[in-house]
Design a protein around this ligand. Structure first.
Ligand code: KG4
Ligand code: ZN
Length: 345
C-alpha cells in the first residue's frame, strides 16, 4: 500500500510518500517546510501559521509526489494529522486531504499527531517496534507510555504543567537565547559547570512507589522558576549562563531518565523509544541509555524524524489503513483528543 501523508499541526508544512506492508516500509519522499517567521515573535503565532500553511500546502504535496516519482493515481490512501494541534493550522491540512480524497476517490485516514511521533523512530531504526516503553517529549506534550503493540497505548505518566520542550524554551528565553530555545540551551550547557547550580529534581523522591500519583508523573514549572531565580540572583549572568543551563538540563534529564527506568523495570521491556523534538537532545538520550543499562536498547530519532514531519503521519496512517479505519469527509480538526487506543493505567 502507498500512503500520502500530510502534516500541518503546528509550524511545519510537510508531506511524504511511504509504501509498504506492516513494519516493512520504505519512505519514498519527505518534504518539510519550516516556518521561520515565528522566530521574530518568540513563539508560534497561530493565525500566521495557518496562513503560511495555506500558501505552502499544495506545492509541498506536489513536491513530495514528484520526489517519490509518483502521481496521485499511484496513491492508495491519504493520511492527515487531524489532532491535536492548532485548530486553524490542522484545518488547512485536513481540508487539503479531504479535497484530494473527494476529487480522486482515494480513501482518507485521520491520524493522531502523537501516534505519528510513536511511529517516527521506527522509520530509521527497524527494531524500534513494540513492545517498548515510549517517552514522548515535544513542545506541547510529555508522556511516558507503555506500548505492548501498535495501537495499544497505556499512559503511565505525563507532565502536570509545562511540557519538556516548553520548559527548555522558557529556560532558554530567561537566559536570553533565541526561539525555539532547546537546541541553543543544549549547546550553551556543554560549557557549563555541573556542580554550580544544583536544582531540585521535580517530582523525584526515593520513597515513591508504583501506584503513587507522582511515581511516573512529571512537572517542570518549578524548575523554570528555579532558573528564573538563578538568573535574577546572578551577579554576572554572562559568566553564569552556561552553568545555569547545565543545571537546568541535568535536573530535567535526570528526572526523565529515572521515570523511564522505572517504567522499563515495571513492564520488563527491552526497548525504549524516544520521540518528539526534545529527543534531539543528546544529553537526554545519553542519560536514558546510562540509566536503563546496557541490556535495554534505546532508540532515538534523528532531528528530521524527531521534529514534526509527514513521514511519521504516513507511517501511522499505513497502520490505520491496514485495519481499514477510514475517515469520513466530516473528519474534524481537533485541538485535543486522546491517542486512539490509549488507556490510563
Ligand atoms: O516535536 P516538536 O518539533 O514540536 C511539537 O510538536 O511541539 O518539538 C519542538 C520542541 C521545542 O520546544 C524545542 O525547543 C525542542 O523541541 N527541542 C529541543 C532540542 N531540539 C528541539 N529541546 C532540547 N534539546 C534539543 N536539542
Ligand atoms: Zn510534534
Amino acid at each position: 500500500m502507498r500512503i500520502l501523508g500530510i502534516e500541518t499541526s503546528c509550524d511545519e508544512t510537510s508531506a511524504a510518500v511511504l509504501s509498504g506492508v506492516g513494519n516493512d516500509v520504505a519512505l519514498e519522499s519527505l518534504v518539510i517546510l519550516s516556518q521561520d517567521v515565528h522566530r521574530i515573535f518568540g513563539g508560534v503565532v497561530p493565525e500566521i501559521a495557518s496562513r503560511q500553511h495555506l500558501t505552502s500546502i499544495l506545492p509541498v504535496i506536489d513536491q513530495a509526489l514528484h520526489d517519490a516519482g509518483v502521481v496521485l493515481t499511484n496513491i492508495d490512501a491519504i493520511a492527515v494529522t487531524h489532532a491535536p494541534g492548532l485548530v486553524g493550522a490542522l484545518l488547512v491540512g485536513v481540508a487539503a486531504a479531504k479535497g484530494l480524497s473527494l476529487t480522486t476517490g482515494i480513501p482518507l485516514i485521520g491520524v493522531h499527531h502523537l501516534e505519528g511521533h510513536l511511529f517516527a523512530t521506527s522509520l530509521e531504526h527497524p527494531d524500534a517496534v513494540p513492545p517498548f516503553t515510549a517517552l514522548l517529549v515535544s513542545g506541547g506534550h510529555t508522556m511516558l507510555i507503555d506500548v505492548p503493540a501498535w495501537g495499544r497505548y497505556e499512559l503511565l505518566g505525563a507532565t502536570r504543567d509545562d511540557a519538556a520542550g516548553e520548559a527548555f524554551d522558557k529556560a532558554a528565553k530567561l537566559l536570553g537565547l533565541p526561539y525555539p530555545g532547546g537546541p541553543h540551551l543544549e549547546r550553551l550547557a556543554r560549557s557549563g559547570d555541573p556542580s554550580r547550580f544544583k536544582f531540585t529534581r521535580p517530582m523525584l523522591r526515593r520513597d515513591q512507589k508504583i501506584g503513587d500519583g507522582d511515581f511516573y508523573d512529571l512537572s517542570f514549572s518549578g524548575l523554570k522558576t528555579a532558573v528564573m531565580l538563578a538568573v535574577r540572583n546572578s551577579k554576572n549572568i554572562v559568566e553564569d549562563a552556561s552553568s545555569i543551563a547545565r543545571g537546568f538540563q541535568d535536573a530535567l534529564t535526570e528526572t526523565l531518565s529515572e521515570k523511564v527506568a522505572r517504567a522499563v523495570r515495571a513492564s520488563r521491556t527491552r526497548r525504549v523509544v524516544l520521540g518528539g523534538g526534545v529527543a534531539c537532545n543528546r544529553a537526554l538520550v545519553d542519560a536514558v541509555s546510562v540509566r536503563v543499562g546496557t541490556a535495554v536498547s534505546v532508540f532515538a530519532p534523528s532531528p528530521r524524524m524527531a521534529t514534526d514531519n509527514a513521514a511519521m503521519i504516513a507511517r501511522a496512517g499505513l497502520f490505520r489503513a491496514e485495519r481499514a479505519e477510514w475517515a469520513r469527509l466530516d473528519l474534524p480538526a481537533s485541538s485535543g483528543v486522546p491517542i486512539p487506543g490509549m488507556i490510563r493505567r
